[in-house]
Design a protein around this ligand. Sequence first.
Ligand code: ZN
Length: 209
Amino acid sequence: MTRSDETNVAFACRALLKESIRYAEMGWMRGTSGNLSLVLARDPLRLAVTASGVDKGELTAADVVLVDGAGTALSGPAPSAEAELHARIAAVAGAGAVVHVHALAPVLAAERWPGGVPLTDVEMLKGFGRAAHGDKVVVPVIPNDQDMRVLGDAFETGFRADTPALIVSRHGIYVWGTDLRQARHRLECLEWLLRFALATSAEHPERGM
Ligand SMILES: [Zn+2]
């Protein structure tokens, strides 16, 4: 690692640490689940990713790993296998930060709409970067797999630049943005939207959304 890499990783550590604690407090990173990443360089791609098997409410600087575009560690402890998907999303979507959490609502929504979760005509869609009226959003859903290449290929097949999220069924959700703050705002709004969709479809099963 060069000195500027070290400076970047130190900066990323602080940012990832702060965000991880917020998500852990929301109950979206139960056990040691979920991971966050921040893009440090684009060419070649370099990301700082939270390490595998760590309680995200107790993250320290030693728990952040520098990985390349294939999700392979360049320094620090072992990254989560999911680092590979973070890198793929960052490369394909041009994202600056990728957030992966095991919140419940996305997983329930994927059970209800396995072909993609439809959302339309809700004010909160503006927080997801879409229009509050007349904008038919479909959040992609892909089957879970332990092979990150399979997940990455499925993500790329359904990728749309205007829909910065991916639900992995019976697993969790990925949301991305230009930075960690934008990714969090999008995730917070989307999680609310998914809860709304589930609650209203339970009340009016014939209507869907
Ligand atoms: Zn996961």
